[in-house]
Structures are given as C-alpha cells and as structure tokens.
Design a binder for this molecule. Structure first.
Ligand code: HEC
Length: 203
C-alpha cells in the first residue's frame, strides 16, 4: 500500500499546527503592542536605549554575558525570581519592545540581570566587579573582563574616569586603572537595565 499521501498530510499538519500555535497566535495577539503611557502623565515605557547604552548592549552580546545571565523574571508561582529580589514584578512582552534580538538567555550560572540597574546603581561597583568579580563578590565564578580596562601611568592629574580602587588592590604608585570605551558603554547598558516600572498587565 502507498502511505506517501498520509505521511505527507501528517507532516504538513504537524508543521502547520506548530506554525499556528508558535508563530501566528502570538503574532496576532502581540503585534499591536505599543509603549505604555504612564498613569501620572510622565514618560512612556519602555524607551529605546541611549547611544552609549545601545553600544554597551553589543558589548554584552559579544562577550557572551547571555551564556550565564538571563533577562526574564518569572511570575510568582512559577519560580522564586521575585523572592530572590530580582525584580518587583514578572517580565511581560511590552518590556521587550525595543529588545532586538532579545537577550532572554537560558542559563542562570549568575543572577538574572533584567533589573540590575535598579539593584546596583553604582558605576564604580560594576567596574570593580567586571575587573575582578571575586573582589566585590567573594567566591564568584564569573570570569574577569580585565581586557576592558587599561592600567596606565598617571600623567599630570588622575583621570576622572579612573576606578576608585580599594587600598588592598595594590595598584602600583603612580598608576591608575581606566575603563576603555567598551567598559564605559557596557556599564551604561547594565545601569539602563531597569524594568521596575509598574504595568497594568503585570500587577
Ligand atoms: C561563566 C559565567 C558568567 C559569565 C560569562 C558572566 N557572568 Fe556575570 N556573574 C556570574 C556569576 C556566577 C555571578 C554571581 C557572583 C558575582 O556577583 O560575581 C555573576 C554576577 C554578575 C553581576 C552581579 C549581579 C548581582 O545581582 O549582584 C553582574 C552585574 C554581572 N554578573 C554582569 C556580567 C556581564 C556584564 C557579563 C559579560 C561581560 C557577565 N556577567 C558574564 C557568572 C557569569
């Protein structure tokens, strides 16, 4: 007996239902999503990233931060993300309107970073952490991103951008550690990661 047409129909139905469920249905539900106007008449949410933060996003991508960090907060009942203090509310599709390609991530070797900008607003902390994670976070398994910094001789006055290093770092006298443009952009991006704005769809 020739089963060709039955197999063909079965395969077609499988792919068509996957496409309907995973592409067409979400698209028709969400394609009209727009930034939300704030109740208090303030800014709309979300906003596209500023120039420096947008550059930092590319550095985040190219350094593989997504291999260890997610950017998604699960709702209460699905996980303990909110109890861990990773955000005041779950993440919703509107949060990702300008996130292209999205950096949801799938592995949590390190904490979720969706709201790291509000959790850790200090630029100096981020720089020290990227330079040597173990110093600000003892026992950390995060790799160092030291190549994003330059140790250079102080010529004249200390640079305004130089890291405020703890005394036990033993930076040689007359030297300073300065972030490169890439490090400045990356930290601008991390500080822009703040999705704490309340939204009607995520109480
Ligand atoms: C091999 C896995 C790994 C990679 C790659 C990695 N991290 Fe981490 N990260 C961790 C771990 C583990 C921690 C928790 C310990 C700590 O604070 O250092 C962490 C913590 C952090 C924190 C502090 C989070 C908090 O809640 O305090 C920030 C910010 C961060 N990482 C940023 C980055 C950035 C930016 C990159 C890419 C340049 C990156 N990480 C790459 C593993 C990783």
């Amino acid at each position: 007996m020739n089963h060709g047409p039955t197999i063909f129909l079965g395969v077609l139905l499988t792919f068509a239902s996957a496409w309907l469920g995973l592409v067409f249905a979400p698209y028709s539900q969400l394609n009209k999503l727009k930034p939300a106007a704030s109740d208090t008449g303030g800014d709309v949410y979300p906003k596209p990233l500023s120039g420096l933060a947008a550059k930092g996003r590319a550095i985040y991508q190219s350094n593989g931060c997504t291999y260890c960090h997610t950017q998604q907060i699960r709702p209460e009942g699905f996980g303990v993300d909110i109890d861990r203090g990773w955000g005041p509310r779950r993440s919703v599709p509107r949060d990702y309107l300008y996130d292209n390609p999205h950096l949801l991530g799938s592995m949590r070797t390190g904490p979720d970073l969706f709201n790291i900008g509000s959790r850790q607003p200090s630029s100096n902390w981020h720089h020290l952490h990227l330079y040597d994670p173990q110093v600000v976070s003892p026992g950390s398994t995060m790799p160092r991103f030291r190549f994003l910094y330059e140790t250079r001789k102080i010529v004249g006055a200390k640079s305004r951008k130089a890291l405020d290093t703890p005394p036990d770092w033993n930076v040689p006298a007359g030297y300073e550690i300065v972030p490169t443009e890439d490090a400045l952009a990356l930290v601008a991006y991390l500080k822009a990661l703040d999705h704490t704005t309340p939204l009607p769809e995520a109480e």
